[in-house]
Ligand binder design. Structure first.
Ligand code: NAP
Length: 525
């Protein structure tokens, strides 16, 4: 049941008088439930409870944490059709997408359960002491990862499940041993409350301390800013716009004790289409890209917003086919009227720039909150000179850049801001001639794709979902896959510490049988 209240620890609470509703973009009406914005006092209480919960939860075993994470996944599945209905009513996204995202969310939770149950993720390392070393004895040093403390998580509008309340950030933080306070996304507050209730049911069933999780509703920025400023909060996970992520990063940096903000933000995901590939299968590539640009109404951080090629007949044929294919695709609903109007504004601004040609614009009248997709073209020179064209337009929009030669293409890649992904479309052996281009791409992106599309982010340990700023605020970490746990821990050393007081991960007998580096050698002995 949706109450519209905040979860302050395991208690429902609605002390404030500021309220809001979510919106059904497909029907163009507000949804019925009223949500209560959390007050300053309620937020203080949530953070206080999180700090207290951390004292206990930080030393819970991997097995206990795994039970909790698996119970959350089970409780989310037990929400059944209600979750799918509320998700769709708050996003305009189809039920198949909702079910797919739920599958990914529970998979993430269970992957983290497996990780912490096995235990080697703590990266234990032991350097035994040498008491008779001269001129001074060598101390016994033992190191492992330990949790940071209470984490605040902001979810994105376009992933109400996988990157929101019990999404990757929350799952990774729980796995690390950190309590979580979620600033629920106001556009899908009902979905958020259902997931929050599932987390708290799981917490009760697995005897987690009160305060391990809170869910804060807010329609303005105050709640989020208060959470990031609170001295008891030790790190922030954010998925959203560059503007939002940067604002929170700046707040965190100005605190008396600055804390890390792991913000995953927007991207235009450059795609380079090389001449031979275009010559041999240009129409096929155009068809694939028409699908990728419009997938999920273009509302993906991995949407291909920039396609680069070398001027010539092959590129002209490709862009014409892409334009024709794009026109054949039926427009779809966007997440919210605000996202829709931001898309229309961004698109209109981009095509009003000098020397931008509209290649394919859907002229037909579309329904309210539906996006009409658009492809624009510019020369390499224009794109190089006009950095306004380098910004993300969140929706089904892409610019095809026609470069004079490879050198100009390389210059453009080098000038781009940091990106989540880069893609190169090439034919057999064609790549061998583009070493410099590949090196430049690697310098700008977190993931390089060969002959594919950037949309679709596999959840597995080798995935890097992040990239140089502003794709993310810290390119050393991924936000997707089990390695994202590393954002919520710090390395910690014990020196000459008594065996019986060491955590089991660092004791001589290796009671958990985990992989450790002992005197420089990886072993599970
Ligand atoms: P958003 O507008 O930045 O909102 C994200 C969350 O941050 C919301 O809860 C929002 O609260 C809050 N927020 C934004 N600005 C804030 C500020 N100045 N102070 C405090 N809180 C603030 O982004 P969105 O529309 O939800 O998501 C779309 C964007 O996310 C796109 O740019 C997309 O590329 C990006 N995205 C990135 C990834 C990734 O993994 N890199 C994944 C998905 C989406 P309010 O709603 O109250 O404003």
């Amino acid at each position: 049941m949706i109450t519209g209240k905040n979860y302050i620890g395991n208690q429902l609470s609605a002390k404030g008088d500021k309220t809001f509703k979510t919106f059904n973009p497909e029907l163009n009406v507000e949804n019925e439930h009223i949500f209560y914005q959390a007050t300053t006092e309620e937020i203080n209480e949530a953070v206080h409870l999180a700090e207290k919960a951390f004292e206990e939860y930080r030393s819970f075993s991997g097995k206990q944490k795994a039970l909790f994470l698996r119970a959350i996944a089970d409780e989310i599945e037990a929400l059944g059709e209600q979750l799918i209905q509320v998700y769709c009513s708050e996003t305009g996204l189809p039920s198949g997408r909702a079910a797919g995202e739920r599958g990914r969310t529970v998979f993430q939770l269970r992957s983290f359960a497996d990780l912490v149950e096995e235990g080697s993720w703590v990266e234990a390392s032991i350097d035994t002491g040498i008491s008779d070393r001269t001129p001074a004895p060598k101390p016994d040093l033992r190191k492992m990862n330990i949790p940071l403390g209470p984490i605040v998580v902001f979810g994105a509008s376009n992933f109400p499940l996988a990157y929101s309340t019990a999404g990757g950030d929350t799952a990774a933080a729980f796995a690390a041993g950190c309590p979580v306070i979620v600033k629920s996304h106001p556009m899908h507050a009902g979905t958020g409350e259902l997931i929050a209730s599932a987390i708290l049911k799981a917490a009760e069933k697995t005897n987690m301390p009160n305060g391990i999780f809170s869910n804060i509703n807010a329609i303005d920025y105050n709640a989020g800013e208060q959470l990031v400023s609170d001295a008891k909060v030790k790190a922030v996970g954010f998925t959203g716009s560059i503007k939002g992520g940067r604002a929170l990063l700046d707040i965190a940096a100005k605190r008396e004790e600055p804390i890390p903000v792991f913000a995953e933000m927007g991207s235009i995901n450059p795609v380079v289409v090389l001449p031979k590939a275009l010559e041999n299968r240009g129409a096929e590539i155009a068809n694939t890209y028409a699908g990728s640009i419009t997938l999920g109404t273009g509302q993906f951080c991995t949407n291909p917003g920039l396609i680069l090629g070398i001027a010539g007949k092959q590129l002209d044929d490709f862009t014409n086919t892409l334009g024709a294919k794009i026109k054949e695709i039926s427009p779809m609903c966007m997440l919210h009227p605000n996202i829709h109007s931001a898309y229309e504004k961004g698109k209109t601004k981009a095509i009003a720039e000098e020397n931008v040609t509209v290649l394919a614009n859907l002229d037909q009248k579309v329904k309210t909150n539906y996006a009409s997709q658009l492809i624009a073209t510019v020369s390499g020179k224009t794109f190089l000179e006009n950095t306004k064209l380098h910004h993300e337009v969140f929706g089904p929009f892409s610019i095809v850049v026609s470069c004079e030669n490879v050198q100009e293409l390389e210059q453009i890649i080098a000038k781009l801001e940091g990106q989540l992904t880069g893609t190169i479309i090439a034919d057999d052996n064609e790549l061998n001639n583009y070493g410099e281009l590949i090196a430049k791409m690697q310098n700008r992106v977190g993931r390089l794709i060969f002959n594919g599309v950037p949309t679709g982010v596999e959840v597995c340990p080798s995935m890097v979902h992040g990239g140089p700023y502003p794709a993310s605020t810290d390119s050393r970490f991924t936000a997707v896959g089990v390695n994202s746990i590393k954002r919520w821990v710090r390395p910690f050393s014990y020196q000459n510490w008594p065996q019986e007081l060491l955590p089991v991960e660092l004791q001589d007998g290796n009671p958990l049988g985990i992989n450790r580096v002992v005197n420089g050698k990886l072993t599970n002995a």
